[in-house]
Ligand binder design. Sequence first.
Ligand SMILES: CC(C)=CCC/C(C)=C/COP(=O)(O)O
Length: 292
Amino acid sequence: MPSPRRNVEVRALGASASSSSSSSPSSPAHGGGRFEFQSLLGSRAAGADPTCARLRVSESPVHRRGSFPLAGAVPSQAPPPPLPEEDRIDLNPSFLGIALRSLLAIDLWLSKKLGVCAGESSSWGSVRPLMKLLEISGHGIPWLLGTLYCLSRSDSWAGREVLMNLLFALLLDLLLVALLKGLVRRRRPAHNQMDMFVTLSVDKYSFPSGHATRAALVSRFILNHLVLAIPLRVLVVLWAFILGLSRVMLGRHNVTDVAFGFFLGYMQYSIVDYCWLSPHNAPVLFVLWNQQ
Ligand SMILES: CC(C)=CCC/C(C)=C/COP(=O)(O)O
């Protein structure tokens, strides 16, 4: 079914044809060839640039009823149909659209400002080695290897249960972050140097920050399952926060990558807690591990 926009355009063209020539209905000028081609061109342009298409329609004689030279010659013409919804959205961008664009602009600007360790020659370039050390403290490999090592050394059921769940949490995190990075495909900031310690192929993308998800997940896990003195608890939270900040300072991420990473990591812990593995609901896992 032709769209209302094309209807208007074809009608306008047909009307101007009758004003400029007296060709027969079968002639190309009456929709057989030339004008149909023009209307096709018009609809193609509409696909490429809806604003142009809309301008053409609103400038067409049918729309400017008062100035249409042959207005009296087509008395039976119905008023043009209202513009489709998507056209109105183009002209009146939604509040959400404006808010998202503004947030993105602020994000890029702030991330660039905070990227003070992005290179050796950056204003805080001398702190870069320390930031890279922090980067390794939140990397997936040390956490996975450390958990596996502790599991192999653990001699209590309770300890094994906690470590088994930490392993599950770390794997879930890797999987979800890889999935999201592959889906969103947001490029890392232009000022980032890709000199990271062991990466996966999806790590060329930046949303969400894998270090931020891990920092939030692991710190929430530790706070809930280890009995720690208050100063140590504060240290765990500080580590997570500074690790997130260091991602932006190193130029690896934009602020929103890290903010969403923290949120995702926090939620991931809720998933792990909900699906908590124990010798009761996953006996196979624990028996298999014991046999090793
Ligand atoms: C190779 C393994 C096991 C994990 C990769 C860890 C990694 C390099 C994540 C990327 O983190 P950002 O998204 O914060 O840059």
